[in-house]
Ligand binder design. Structure first.
Ligand SMILES: [Zn+2]
Ligand SMILES: [Zn+2]
Length: 331
């Protein structure tokens, strides 16, 4: 299909025979976007990039505000480690750099790849939500397992030393740090988010990009919230026990080990890669009848122990497969 980039051509070619009166508000905006840009490759690429930027930084802003308010410290998982504005700014610059140098050049491939696999892009109307819901759940499951395996691989030898170590710069993460990672890691772990929809589409020939966008928005919320460093009484894992959330992933950063999956707790539970985490939680729970001061002091001591073990484990991970010794983390 050839596109000459002019709006009238796009209207007649892309939307010939479409009954615009039956479309809902969002579908009409969708049509207007593709007509306005006039080139589906550019329209899909630009929409994907903007969606990512707006959701990533939009979702991070509330966490920046929460970090600036001492009132919320009572729900901080590692209350002694609140990120400074300088740290948050340095992290933002790094994330923006990788978005503009890696993601932006690659994103123009998204539309041609999606089209080649039979994904609907500019098409309207959108599928019914009952069609999209199971698709999105499947993408969650695929990504979670992919991440569980790939993340563990990134914790070994050269892969850790040269790639994943960057993401572990923050032993107490914060929302903006969700995508603070080596470009190779963004590529490897990002594949878990994109491959699910592409494989699904290839086999079913029944996927609209709007379902992929909803999935990506939810995945961004999941990743940012998991790095937020806060566990509230209303956090999702309190109502959905297999949901990971910050309470699960914060431990991964603090202890350097355990809890390798993203959204769900089941793979870490089945494979026993949550043993240290569960022992830690059990010890904290056993103190629940003690006074607040005693509990705080105990948790502080426990966290220091876990972190010291983590520094040792990190040095060992780096040394594995790297003959000639290791470097102990100083930060
Ligand atoms: Zn890790
Ligand atoms: Zn992380």
């Amino acid at each position: 299909m050839a596109f000459n980039g002019t709006a009238p051509y796009a209207v007649t070619d892309l939307y010939a025979g479409t009954d615009f009166t039956s479309l809902n508000w969002l579908e009409r905006q969708w049509v207007a976007w593709y007509i306005w840009i006039g080139n589906p490759v550019v329209a899909t690429g630009l929409a994907s990039f903007l969606l990512h930027e707006i959701v990533y930084f939009g979702r991070s802003i509330p966490w920046i505000i929460i970090d600036a308010m001492p009132y919320f410290r009572r729900w901080k998982l590692q209350p002694n480690k609140v990120p400074t504005p300088e740290e948050q700014w340095a992290c933002t610059k790094q994330v923006l750099f990788s978005h503009f140098t890696i993601e932006l050049p690659l994103i123009w491939l998204f539309h041609p790849t999606a089209e080649a696999l039979g994904m609907k892009t500019y098409h309207v109307p959108f599928p019914h939500w009952t069609v999209m819901l199971p698709q999105i759940f499947l993408f969650f499951c695929f990504e979670d397992f992919f991440h569980f395996v790939a993340h563990q691989a990134l914790h070994t030898g050269v892969l850790y030393k040269h790639i994943h170590k960057i993401h572990h710069k923050y032993s107490a993460p914060f929302g903006l740090a969700a995508e603070y990672a080596h470009p190779a890691e963004v590529f490897i772990l990002g594949a878990g988010t994109i491959l699910g929809p592409l494989i699904y589409c290839y086999f079913t020939q029944n996927l609209h990009i709007i379902a992929v966008y909803i999935w990506i928005v939810l995945r961004l919320f999941q990743a940012i919230d998991a790095h937020s460093g806060y566990d509230f009484p209303w956090s999702l894992h309190n109502f959905v026990p297999f949901w990971s959330g910050a309470e699960h992933h914060d431990f991964h950063h603090m202890a350097f080990t355990n809890n390798f999956s993203t959204s769900f707790r089941w793979w870490d539970r089945i494979f026993g890669t949550d043993d240290k985490y569960r022992a830690y939680r059990a010890k904290v729970k056993a103190m629940k009848n003690a006074s607040k001061e005693e509990r705080d002091a105990f948790e502080k001591k426990l966290m220091a122990e876990v972190e010291a073990e983590g520094i040792k484990a990190e040095a060992e991970a780096e040394a594995r497969g790297v003959l000639g010794g290791s470097k102990v983390k100083t930060q």
